[in-house]
Design a protein around this ligand. Structure first.
Ligand SMILES: Nc1ncnc2c1ncn2[C@@H]1O[C@H](COP(=O)(O)OP(=O)(O)OP(=O)(O)O)[C@@H](O)[C@H]1O
Ligand SMILES: [Mg+2]
Length: 378
């Protein structure tokens, strides 16, 4: 959910930074007094912050505003927790109070309580791809499914390379990314729709990419912040696709918004064993997400067949991608995802998975043309 905040009071940079760091804020503006928001048809922010550190007097217009807009969340900022002021605030309909000294954890908790009451903005689906073992083709699958989604649908799609450093989605997409997911994490106080837009790079496939960094993180990353980026992206894009690093527990622990988790495996014993364990632990960690396993570089003559894999992962394998090393490598070297090309099996099989994830059948595409289906929210 991205949140709009209006602060009534005189401009204060510290307060602004604390509010922006509390979560994905889509817009934050300042108003001179509450009167500007009074009126049955005046658009309301998700959170109205009233800074009373100078005046110590709850504005008289607040009670009127709350009668007109009972669902406007009001956060009072006071210089101290003065009982008379709190009582005044409660009578006017204030929902939360924070007092000096202002600390991030208290602001975060107050915003969390306020927005917990608020109905969430609908977000686009989030598809996460993770390899059951290194090198199985998780990035290849994520890049090509994302490209197919961008091609299939007028809804905008974004691929986020969650390898905080040295991920390679940008190479597959031939993108020269100036900024990365690490810039988002290191500037969380600025994270809003406009800032996200400035960090992504538009690729020739029609897909936006938030790339991995070419430098390691300078300090450890708070998991909540990864999910803030995903949440903001999901509120802005029709489809959000994640290339998830297998070994990073922090990132794997922050996928609450994911609607579909795709484990990429192949027909090797060690990979199949990992895929089984991973699918089981992802299912219990994310009961709301649909967890599926797909097979890359499928080989009919392999010793481990599809039935064996289905038994190991506890679900049917509905998607498999043929082995085509020449085409896969050629696409990577050109920085042009092979899903952009028709008439090859590998491209067709990635597109089939994209269709299933997006809930689009082949027939609906053929009968309605590009415009008639999968219209994004924006
Ligand atoms: N279906 C395929 N047929 C042939 N080669 C493939 C196929 N899919 C991927 N490859 C090749 O396998 C290599 C590894 O692919 P990729 O980087 O996507 O794997 P990964 O699981 O993301 O690896 P990592 O663990 O490093 O993140 C690349 O050279 C890629 O071109
Ligand atoms: Mg990869």
């Amino acid at each position: 959910m991205s949140v709009n905040v209006i602060v009534v009071g005189s401009r204060d940079q510290r307060l602004e930074e604390l509010l922006r760091a509390s979560g994905p804020i889509a817009g934050l503006s300042w108003a001179q007094d509450v009167n500007a928001l009074v009126g049955a048809h005046v658009a309301q922010p998700n959170v109205l912050v009233i800074d009373l550190r100078r005046t110590a007097q709850v504005p008289a217009a607040l009670a009127t505003l709350k009668r007109q807009h009972p669902s406007t969340n009001v956060l009072l900022v006071a210089s101290s927790l003065d009982p008379a002021l709190i009582l005044q605030g409660m009578r006017a309909g204030v929902n939360e109070v924070v007092a000096e000294p202002l600390v991030q954890t208290e602001i975060d908790a107050a915003m969390m309580r306020l927005l917990g009451h608020h109905s969430h903005t609908p977000a686009g689906p989030v598809f996460a791809f993770v390899g059951a073992k290194g090198g199985v083709g998780a990035t290849t699958t994520a890049v090509n499914v994302s490209t197919a989604l961008a091609k299939l649908s007028p809804a905008r799609a974004i691929l986020i390379d969650l390898h905080l450093a040295y991920g390679d989605a940008a190479v597959f997409l031939g993108a020269d990314a100036r900024f990365s997911v690490l810039d988002a994490l290191e500037n969380l106080h600025r994270l809003d729709a406009a800032f996200l837009k400035s960090l992504v790079v538009a690729t020739t496939s029609g897909l936006d990419l938030l790339a991995s960094s070419e430098r390691p993180a300078a300090r450890s990353i708070d998991v909540r912040h990864v999910s803030s980026i995903v949440e903001l992206a999901a509120s802005q894009y029709g489809f959000t696709i994640l290339d998830v690093p297998r070994g990073d527990l922090h990132v794997l622990d922050s996928l609450d918004l994911v609607t579909n988790l795709v484990v990429v495996a192949n027909q090797e014993l060690a990979t199949v064993r990992n895929a089984g364990r991973m699918a089981a632990s992802l299912r219990s960690r994310y009961p709301k997400a649909k967890v599926t396993t797909v097979i890359n570089r499928t080989d009919r003559r392999a010793e481990i067949g599809h039935r064996d894999i289905e038994r190991a992962v506890g679900s049917t394998i509905t998607h498999q991608f043929p082995s085509d090393y020449r085409r896969a490598l050629g696409a990577m070297h050109k920085g042009r995802p092979l899903a952009l090309d028709n008439h090859n099996d590998l491209s067709a099989s990635f597109t089939a998975l994209a269709r299933e994830l997006a809930g689009v059948s082949h027939d609906s595409e053929a009968s309605s043309g590009r415009r008639g289906f999968l219209l994004g929210r924006r």
